[in-house]
Design a binder for this molecule. Structure first.
Ligand code: HEC
Length: 304
């Protein structure tokens, strides 16, 4: 019986190859998982985290190159809990969630895995959905979204210390001093021609996946490297995977090559949330087939 199954599986995989299909997703059981806490950031913008009066560690970041993850990888749950409840945070005792939602979770435990096969890179994100509470449906089409952003291997200034905070500013919609209700994330002096931009991929429950980027504004199209985005829920656990060409093929697609360290972060919108009302990761790094054991926020993406 077992033998029959093995033969059948072999025939099927040959069939897939003959049909010219891509290889199946990597064997995730062989890929080192990295636990990451996603937390609720409120209005903790780039301007807030880099302002020493609000956040006493701003100078440790600029002068000693300390990363968010270095200090907060282990206390992100506590940060999210305080922020979501509208408590005073930072050295300025700021309220960075002016309208707290009763009972809303402050953080979400997640796991990231990344692998490549020489021509494609695969990302797998798993997280446990927090208990849904009654709150406004900002994105009525998409109950859940998973978004990731990455730079071109040091092409966005300070992304290695700030992660995605370089794109999150006070003048965005839903932030502290919104310019208008449409303004979305941007990289200051971003430039798609010089590589100073964040590549963006988003899986959405209700609508088609997005392959975009963020330069001086957010573009929800332009990319051609994303091949497939999938999302499945079992129990209260979500698993979202991306399959992407290593090569940058469209506008706003970074080339992913060996020898570089790419700064990335990801976020989950749950319960029809939009704008800043997501759970975010601190900044992490990945590189292909290269160890970097001294940096705890680094993931070695191995070939399968
Ligand atoms: C050198 C260590 C260090 C680094 C690097 C650092 N922080 Fe902090 N952070 C702190 C400390 C200490 C506090 C407590 C309040 C204070 O002193 O500002 C804090 C407070 C916060 C708070 C408010 C929650 C609270 O408990 O007060 C947020 C949000 C936050 N940090 C986010 C970030 C982000 C995002 C980054 C990276 C862009 C970052 N931090 C980098 C040390 C650090």
């Amino acid at each position: 019986m077992q033998k029959k199954h093995a033969i059948l599986a072999a025939v099927m995989s040959i069939g897939a190859l003959v049909a010219g299909q891509s290889y199946a997703a990597p064997d995730w059981s062989k890929v080192q998982p990295r636990k990451v806490t996603l937390f609720y950031p409120g209005q903790a913008s780039y301007e807030w985290v880099m302002n020493v009066n609000d956040h006493s560690s701003a100078t440790d970041m600029t002068k000693k190159r300390r990363t968010c993850a270095k200090c907060h990888d282990s206390d992100a749950t506590e940060i999210g809990d305080k922020v979501v409840k509208g408590e005073a945070v930072g050295s300025s005792k700021s309220i960075i969630e002016p309208k707290p939602v009763a009972g809303k979770a402050g953080s979400v435990p997640a796991t990231v895995q990344i692998a490549h096969d020489g021509s494609k890179i695969y990302f797998r994100y798993e997280w446990a959905s927090p208990k849904a509470v009654s709150e406004p449906k900002m994105d009525s089409k998409n109950e859940v979204k998973l978004t990731m952003m990455f730079d071109g291997g040091g092409t966005v200034e300070d992304a290695e210390i700030n992660g995605c905070w370089g794109t999150c500013h006070n003048d965005l919609r839903s932030m502290k001093s919104p310019k208008d209700d449409k303004k979305t994330k941007y990289v200051k002096d971003g430039n798609v021609a010089t590589g100073k931009f964040m590549d963006l991929m988003q899986w959405r429950k209700g609508e088609k996946a997005v392959d975009g980027y963020v330069d001086t504004e957010r573009h929800m199209d332009g990319g051609k490297s994303l091949i497939k985005a999938d999302g499945k829920k079992s129990g209260n656990k979500w698993v979202v995977t991306f399959e992407r060409d290593l090569a940058g093929k469209g506008t706003g697609d970074h080339n992913i090559v060996a020898g570089k360290s790419y700064n990335f972060g990801f976020a989950v919108h749950e319960n029809f949330a939009g704008a800043r009302f997501h759970y975010v990761s601190l900044g992490y790094q990945f590189g292909l087939d290269k160890d970097n054991k001294e940096v705890k926020s680094y993931l070695n993406v191995q070939k399968q």
